[in-house]
Design a binder for this molecule. Sequence first.
Ligand code: BGC
Ligand code: NOJ
Length: 811
Amino acid sequence: MKFGYFDDVQREYVIERPDTPYPWINYLGNEQFFSLISNTSGGYCFYRDARLMRLTRYRYNSVPTDAGGRYFYLRDGDDVWNPGWAPVKAKPDRYRCRHGLGYTVIESERNQLAARQLSFVPIGADCEVHRVTLKNQSGAAKEIKLFSFVEFCAWNAYDDMTNFQRNFNTGEVEIDGSAIYHKTEYRERRNHYAVFSVNAPIQGYDTDRESFLGLYNGFDRPDVVFNGKPGNSVASGWSPVGSHCLGVTLAPGEEKSYIFVLGYCENPEDQKWEAPGVINKEPARRLLDRFRTDRQVESAFDELKNYWQGLLSRFCLQSEDPKLDRMVSVWNQYQCMVTFNMSRSASYFESGIGRGMGFRDSTQDLLGFVHLIPSRAKARILDIAATQMEDGSAYHQYQPLTKRGNMEVGSGFNDDPLWLIFGVTAYLKETGDWSVLKESVPFDNDEKKSVSLLEHLRRSFGHVLHNLGPHGLPLIGRADWNDCLNLNCFSKKPGESFQTAENMESGVAESVFIAGMFVYIAPSYAEILRRGGFASEAEAVLKAAKNMEQAVIRYGWDGEWYLRAYDAMGNKVGSRECEEGKLFIEPQGFCAMAGIGMEKGLPERALDSVKEHLDTKYGIVLNWPSYTTYRLNLGEISSYPPGYKENGGIFCHNNPWISIAETMAGHGERAFEVYRRTCPAYLEDISEIHRTEPYVYAQMIAGRDAPRFGEAKNSWLTGTAAWTFYDVSQFILGIRPQFDGLQIDPCVPSWFKGFTVTRRFRGAEYVIEVRNPDGVEKGIKTMTLDGTPIMGNLLPDCADGKTHRVVAVMG
Ligand code: BGC
Ligand code: NOJ
């Protein structure tokens, strides 16, 4: 069942009813100021860091779900409703929510009053703009009251949720005309405040939650709105809110619009005050002046649209399949931008409080983002590398505001360092900017310990080599990519974190997955070294990879598939000898991608086993059989009921590894099948089962052992976005950046007749038409560049700012 449709021309997903199977959200903001907004206008916003600089509150675990947002209440006679349906939930006569690229439009109508809420974060501004347009569709005049509402957060979202004994006393506001200022803690150590304003005179305001709602009321029944009169309350402690009351008179057919701006402002330390106790409002006035008129809002909105138009022109697909086109050309890339911005911090499944930026997560996100804005990818690489330690290990997470590693989680995830090489390789292949390797980057943010980025890569690679176990395979540490395979943890204490408890210093538990990754990365890394003038070191890297490959063939092959690991006692994990958890997806993906044991046909054998044992109609499950009991030696993985998350769930993130490996084996049909099964646009028709947004990937879909097989969770912030884009763009469509140019190497189902990709690459545009007259799955027979035949399938780096026509014929 569908709850909306894709509007491919507008690049919007249009939701046709407010009661979606789960809140279907969108992200506003691209640089510093970010908002989450659901199809009922729920959500919150923050400046740079969802934990430390939260402007508005949101309630997790709330009943009803999705409580807290920027709400507009309309009082039309005695009738009270919201354009976004929630929180009053009066049934609209008409409702549409259009989630677009960086903006959301909610259009609804009730009793012949039409409302349109346009919400976006303008480029280069630290605020969200909501333009509310009201139109009287009836034949009689209407006297309406429009109330706005946001609830402020005392900045540090964790403290705000927990430290009531203090926070109920610190809340402070100022009101100046139509502008409400939230200035909690500004009197002491903060130099920033929030402003919430509207571009019209107001009849009154409220800034104290209790006065606005009534102590025992929910957002669905605010006293002030139902009484039709603002309380003019001034918050003093408790919970500061911002609410404007506007009187709106509309003649028949008349339309009026109001621009609400909710923004973040800061002052230099010595210019905090206008007068004693009165905040310096200069930055707020400057901000509000930018969005006072409809024309200003429209031009900011156009700027945002052009921004996205520009970004998405960098990779654009036209094929016979509209679902594929819209995912590749629009939504998958859009999600890659969001994951780049958010890492795993703030979504409707990530609180914004717990996790900041992940070392592994953010380096992987680069794979899907680097072609969009390479300069930002570079800055991110340097930030991440600066959280690495001298021995090559890395903080697993860091806060975007401080850019410091998070001590609570620490390091010890032994795959982390390798992802840095992965991210840097992707950057080099996209840009050809070799100078990045010479950038000076500190260890652990200590400037005194600065070395070149290339040296960071060396430490990364070296970290694996210095931490090998009894079989010559990499020691797993706390976990590898699978955060829940905690082989040194042995946790018996309820509530103890599986990620940080490490009470079995085994020095024995090894990961075949890390081995596969090591071998996969080695050729690119060796090439980087060779081009940097380190030929013998490059040789040593390739030799180390050969040794690793031998170790996998010898100790990491189980007969029909690659083994997953050795536990702290040296017992096999992911082997046919195991009672449960016989087969895991991760090493099949990476070892096959690395071509380990190719001469013996191991990759193909492993891929067959995946198909045989892990395939389901909704995607490939992570392991089989799922663990049915808690296993002390395995950790968090066995804490999940069978079929969920890393225990037999369809972890979408590693499905593309299999798809990529299948392209390497030349299996276009199968590669596409794997791609399609987890791809949201193809799941739109079963939204009632899938439940999360049909325009973005979710981290996990419940596997076949779960009672809710097919139900997705944790949408938006997942490495799936980058990996599926990497898969479909570089391996299925085969438009693959290489160190020396753009390689064209598609691997598609034989029934693909062809497609065209427009790709901006290193300062030139290539319009690449791929034809498949013979119905093959892989192989380019001939290729022309601007009509001239070229040898092989590598497009040279034209770098001339011009558009080039490429015709590649498969066969
Ligand atoms: C989740 C993992 C996640 C880890 C780290 C676990 O509970 O299942 O997917 O990576 O926590 O926060
Ligand atoms: C989610 C984490 O963000 C990611 O880094 C990890 O690889 C997967 N979970 C699998 O555990």
